[in-house]
Design a protein around this ligand. Sequence first.
Ligand SMILES: [Zn+2]
Length: 69
Amino acid sequence: MLESPCLFCGQPTRDRGLFVPNDPQEYGAEPGKSRIFAYPLCESCRADGIDLAKVEALAMLAGLRPAVH
Ligand SMILES: [Zn+2]
């Protein structure tokens, strides 16, 4: 997997976190369908613990593409 800037600190990383929105329709899902997004997440940020509200906000800004439809 290619290195991408960590969503939290911007450090290049090959690690990924998964984000499952509470309201997938906000992310373009059909009603009743869910969406899963993969986002760059470095090891140290993962170790620090992830604030899901922040992931959601950053995911919106970054326009993350769904990994699974
Ligand atoms: Zn990081």
